[in-house]
Design a protein around this ligand. Structure first.
Ligand code: CUK
Ligand code: CUA
Length: 629
């Protein structure tokens, strides 16, 4: 009888447990994709913990077995990388090396990546731009700029690998590369620094206004492959082009760039570039410039079609904007252009419709350097007093804008209808960019906002005088913005973009391709070939050995070493490091990678698999033997 009672009791206990578990799993499901999950945990309370904290924990906890709802791609600044986060968990999933070598994946050591990196060993990524179709992120590619060495890079989002780096001539510090045109026709970059062109030209600084040029490069994207080519470039006055955004819907075909230093100062910019009350938003009709490029209205400079916009009337207008504006952002409907007045405490809202009226009626208030200046009063619809040092604005798709305020350390939420501020939240500390879910598209999701803060100060365990940066996840589904969590970030996210996870389709293994250079899939084909002092090694790697597992060459040989991973299993990646030869790479499932080097030191150099791959990973090793001359 006792036993029976025990059994009944434990069964009942199990049942109760099961009900609770099921309930919890429905509540703890931010990745479940249903709108109701976020903010849907109203009934849970925990003794001694404030409801705010319980809610924040429930909204950001992604339990084992479930996935994040969004990818966030953040620029890695002067690390030269791109950081990938899952949202809402804010877990950093991946670092994608772009402009900087990364030994964990052999980026900068394999022949292909070495060639892509060229002569540079670092880069400065400020602005990631996801490819778009119809003004919406399509999940194909991510493009980024290099502010330091004037390059653009493409990351293929089926593999999260950097697939192309393009050197862009004639442009110094392409900072204002923030945007994609709505159908990924172009990735545009405007120069932050003015300089004489082409590179390497000497001109003393006193000739600044005459000889130094600003340039905008329009990098054309091949719609099949994503391959970047320089479509054309435009000469601009020697001002600093800070940020930019593409027009969309109503304003499609236009691009908008903020300027500072229209003073053309070349000393003490901190003071001298802030003399004027007004700088400009440069409105640029890229379709007209594209047409000019097609019609031959250009000169070739360093192999690039260079257009002088003064030869293309109607291609550039200047819209006055208050005091060294930083970010410029076009609203999702394309109707307004918001300039964030860095030195002025306002976000200025311009109407595209009124701008076009002025353009059509030739209603200008003057000109500078040959470009018509639009009448400020006629196109400005609001000066929103957002606070001190407004830098960037994003949108939620529900009629609100969010502006970061660097000095105030806040984000202001304001209405695109009344232009009134409706909410302000402190952030920690000093935000630069911010990133809303699908925030740069024609249809933002309005669910999450991430504040990318420049200072962390007391937010994390101290690591000495310099602290990490910080990112804060903010809930946009409640009336008031609510900070859900803080995470440290490496230097230095400037901009980030957040895309719905299901838009990205990755592949699992590289396909078998016997025609791929250097690939071998069968032991009988693995071999070492010699042609004079050129040695080519065709090697296989599979759990848990290399084949062949010793390779002997002569000192001074030029070695081409292919390694093919013949494990066609997702996530079975092999490494290949040669000890004391300063070489390491990864070979992903099904992939072939290549080293090229000179065997300039005799001796015995064990090689081994650097990437843990099986229980016998430690046995995955061999010997590289270099016979002395
Ligand atoms: S910039 Cu860094 S906060 Cu390079 Cu987009 Cu504004
Ligand atoms: Cu292969 Cu470790």
């Amino acid at each position: 009888k006792d036993l029976f009672k025990k059994v009944v009791l434990s069964l009942a206990g199990l049942l109760v447990g099961l009900v609770i578990a099921v309930y919890l799993s429905t509540q703890l499901n931010p990745a479940g994709g249903s709108e109701a999950t976020l903010g849907g945990a109203a009934n849970i309370s925990v003794d001694g913990v404030s409801d705010d904290i319980v809610q924040a924990a429930l909204k950001t906890y992604v339990p084992p077995g479930q996935l994040d709802e969004y990818y966030m791609f953040a620029s890695g600044g002067h690390s030269g990388n791109v950081f990938v986060y899952g949202v809402p968990s804010m877990r950093r999933i991946r670092t994608i090396p772009v402009f900087t070598p990364e030994s964990s994946v052999g980026y900068g050591w394999t022949a292909e990546s070495k060639e892509m990196l060229g002569e540079w060993s670092w880069g400065d990524v400020h602005h990631p731009a996801l490819s778009e179709t119809g003004g919406d992120y399509d999940g194909r590619w991510l493009f980024v700029n290099d502010n330091a060495n004037s390059r653009a890079a493409r990351i293929n989002l089926d593999s999260f690998r950097t697939s192309q780096i393009l050197e862009v001539p004639n442009i110094y510090g392409p900072h204002s590369a923030v945007f994609m045109t709505p159908n990924s026709e172009y990735f545009m970059m405007g120069s932050r620094f003015a300089g004489p062109i082409p590179y390497g030209t000497y001109s003393p600084i006193e000739n600044y206004s005459k000889d130094y040029k600003g340039v905008l490069a329009a990098i054309a994207i091949n719609q099949e492959s994503g391959e970047m080519n320089i479509g054309w470039e435009v000469l601009l006055p020697p001002w600093s082009y800070d940020l930019s955004d593409a027009g969309k819907l109503d304003s499609e075909g236009w691009a908008f760039l903020t300027t500072y230093n229209t003073e053309e100062a070349y000393e003490l910019l901190e003071v001298n570039a802030s003399q004027r009350e007004m700088d400009y938003v440069v409105a640029l009709n890229w379709k007209l410039l594209e047409q000019a490029a097609n019609e031959g209205k250009f000169e070739m400079v360093e192999g690039v079609k260079m257009i002088d916009p003064l030869d293309v009337p109607g291609s550039i207008y200047l819209i006055p904007a208050m005091k060294s504006p930083h970010g410029v952002d076009v609203t999702p409907d394309g109707k307004y252009i918001v300039a964030n007045g860095k030195v002025a405490p306002v976000a200025t809202v311009f109407s595209f419709e009124k701008f076009m009226e002025c353009v059509n009626n030739k209603d200008f208030q003057g000109e500078e350097r040959g470009f018509p200046i639009i009448n400020y009063e006629k196109v400005r619809v609001a000066e929103v007093p957002v606070g001190l040092e407004p830098l960037h604005t994003q949108f939620d798709g529900n009629g609100y804008a969010y502006t970061t305020l660097f000095i105030d350390s806040t984000i202001a939420k304001w209405s695109l209808d009344t232009f009134e501020i409706v909410d302000v939240t402190p952030v920690h500390y000093c935000p630069g960019h911010l990133c809303a879910a699908e925030g740069d598209t024609v249809d933002p999701d309005g669910k999450y906002l991430v504040s990318l803060n420049k200072l962390a100060k007391d937010k994390f365990l101290s690591v000495g005088p310099s602290h990490p940066e910080s990112a804060q996840l903010i809930d946009l589904t409640t009336d008031k913005m609510k900070i859900l969590m803080d995470v440290p970030t490496d230097p230095e996210p400037h901009f980030a973009q957040m895309i719905k996870a299901d838009k990205i389709k990755t592949f699992e293994v590289f396909e078998k391709d016997p025609n791929r250079l250097g690939a071998v899939y069968e032991k009988e084909n693995a071999r070492i070939e010699r042609d004079g002092n050129n040695v080519t090694i065709y090697q296989m790697s599979f759990r848990s050995r290399y084949y062949p597992d010793h390779v002997e060459v002569n000192e001074g040989d030029h070695v081409t070493w292919y390694v093919t991973n013949t494990d066609f299993d997702e996530d079975i990646t092999h490494g290949f490091g040669i000890t004391r030869y300063d070489l390491n790479m990864e070979v992903q499932p099904g992939e072939t990678q290549k080293f090229e080097f000179v065997a300039d030191r005799a001796g015995v150099y064990p090689f081994y698999c650097t990437n843990f791959c099986s229980a016998l990973h430690q046995e995955m090793q061999g010997w590289f033997i270099v016979k002395p001359k």
